[in-house]
Design a protein around this ligand. Structure first.
Ligand code: ATP
Ligand code: MG
Length: 454
């Protein structure tokens, strides 16, 4: 017996009452037996997409080519997909051709992995488990085994190779044991390069799902072992075996990256930042008299991270957020109020929390026993300064651009901004300077050295 949300049950019932076959299918059922909460529910039916559209008041054809209609029931979105058969790609007969009007048995042959080829009829309370995966899932054992011939299945859709590691991630969420089917694993090893045929967007989404799980380090390590990481993210992969010298570092750069990814809180931009934050190290390693260092690696890391994020077609906003965090991740902890204010201005108040989280993960990813108190004290100092809300920006200065133009007899132009920024620096050093009088005095001094006399 499985507790389904009512809207899922209602959708199945609606289809069955019109005489169609309708089953709950897919990852939700795999997750149910593993003891995980379902992320989304999928329904499979022999009704054609147009028929599904006509049966539900609110229906959107979200993937008509593949027979998927999204219906809204009780405020929930639910995907209903028509049973289908995908023509044999390997024989090069019209690749991508889809046939509807087939049985559930036929539909299951095109599914990726045996643990995903599981169906439940909630009206008859009947399971369809052609690969006998339920007994294993119940014992917290997840077998990763392609449906049918793995080489052919990865040839049809190479993204499935990456989905294998997503399965690993789902199992890790409940500490289930993974068992890799030998032929499936071997087929991945021999099909690695094919992943490059898959669109950047699909790779990006599947990778992000893996990163957001509780054991991204294990999944990435296995991807590295198999060779898939080298194909998708060579910039990350190349850091394996790059030794970090100082006694405090016990892990090579690759393992350190994995530890930070695992440690950092699971939001997409933080997990991606952690994955990319040190990737330039392999190119910057220098050994000098028993001392190993990576001076300047953050610039290289930022450039490589930029390449990765562009290649995977992340949005501009996402890319900039991640690159900003990487380029500022090597900060030290200022103690003076002026230093703290400069820090806030340099990194921007909106990035502070993320940078502190990145540093926390970076420290624990280096040594899980490390003392976090210096970071915590720094964070307290920052909070205090932020609360005091002193002049962090030009807006808070006691004089403005018009004053500058008037007193220096300038017309609008870059010199005005330069002058204001100079004054801001001064005020950050010494907040007592933030009066009209004092700033006009500073302005005069600045003008004598920075403005050419006309
Ligand atoms: P999630 O936990 O993200 O929902 P999922 O395994 O349910 O993961 P979906 O993308 O929701 O994945 O797909 C639903 C079902 O469709 C899968 O369980 C699987 O049976 C099938 N499927 C998805 N992607 C593929 C694919 N690339 N090749 C074959 N079958 C697939
Ligand atoms: Mg799903």
């Amino acid at each position: 017996k499985i507790m389904l949300p009512n809207f899922v049950y209602q959708a199945v019932k609606t289809l069955q009452e019109k005489g169609y076959a309708a089953w709950v299918v897919g990852g939700a059922l795999r997750d149910y037996w593993l003891g995980l909460e379902a992320k989304d529910w999928d329904i499979a039916t022999n009704a054609f997409p147009e028929e599904v559209m006509s049966l539900f008041e609110r229906a959107i054809p979200t993937g008509l080519k593949f027979g998927t209609v999204t219906v809204m029931i009780e405020g929930h979105a639910l995907e209903i997909t028509t049973f289908r058969q995908e023509k044999d790609y390997t024989l090069k007969r019209k690749p991508g051709q889809v046939n509807f009007g087939v049985s559930l048995e036929e539909d299951f042959k095109r599914r990726d992995f045996t643990v995903n080829a599981l169906a439940y009829d909630p009206v008859a309370q009947k399971w369809y488990d052609p690969y006998q995966v339920i007994p294993k899932l119940k014992c917290k054992l997840l077998e990763i085994k392609a449906v049918g011939n793995p080489i052919e299945r990865f040839e049809e859709d190479p993204l499935r190779m990456l989905r294998a590691f997503y399965l690993m991630s789902r199992a890790g969420a409940v500490g289930a044991k993974i068992y890799w089917d030998k032929a499936t694993l071997k087929a991945i090893s021999s099909s690695l390069g094919k992943i490059l045929r898959v669109s950047a967007e699909r790779i990006r989404e599947e990778l992000t799902k893996i990163l957001l799980g509780p054991n991204p380090d294990q999944c990435l390590r296995k991807m590295q072992q198999v060779g898939l990481l080298e194909v998708i993210l060579p910039e990350v992969s190349r850091n394996q075996g790059v030794i970090q010298g100082n006694q405090s570092y016990k892990l090579d750069v690759f393992e350190h990256i994995l530890a930070v990814v695992r440690e950092i809180s699971p939001s997409p931009h933080l997990r991606w930042t952690a994955l990319l934050h040190d990737i330039g190290k392999f190119a910057c390693r220098k050994e000098e008299e028993k001392n190993i260092h990576f001076y300047g690696h953050e610039k290289v890391s930022v450039e490589l991270a930029r390449l990765v994020l562009e290649r995977l077609k992340f949005s501009r906003e996402f890319r900039e957020k991640v690159l900003h965090l990487i380029s500022h991740h090597l900060f030290s902890y200022p103690t003076t109020p002026a230093g703290l204010r400069r820090f806030l201005r340099r990194v921007g108040p909106e990035a502070v929390e993320d940078l502190l989280e990145l540093r926390r993960a970076d420290i624990l990813g280096t040594d899980p026993q490390a003392d976090l108190s210096p970071l915590e004290e720094f964070s307290q100092r920052l909070k205090k300064i932020q609360q005091e809300s002193l002049a962090f920006s030009l807006k808070n200065l006691a004089i403005n651009g018009y004053d500058v133009m008037e007193h220096l007899n300038l017309s609008p132009g870059p010199a005005v901004g330069k002058a204001l920024n100079y004054l801001l620096e001064k005020v950050l050093e010494d907040p007592s300077l933030n009066t009209r009088e004092a700033l006009l005095g500073e302005l005069k001094r600045w003008a004598t050295t920075h403005l050419q006399q006309k």
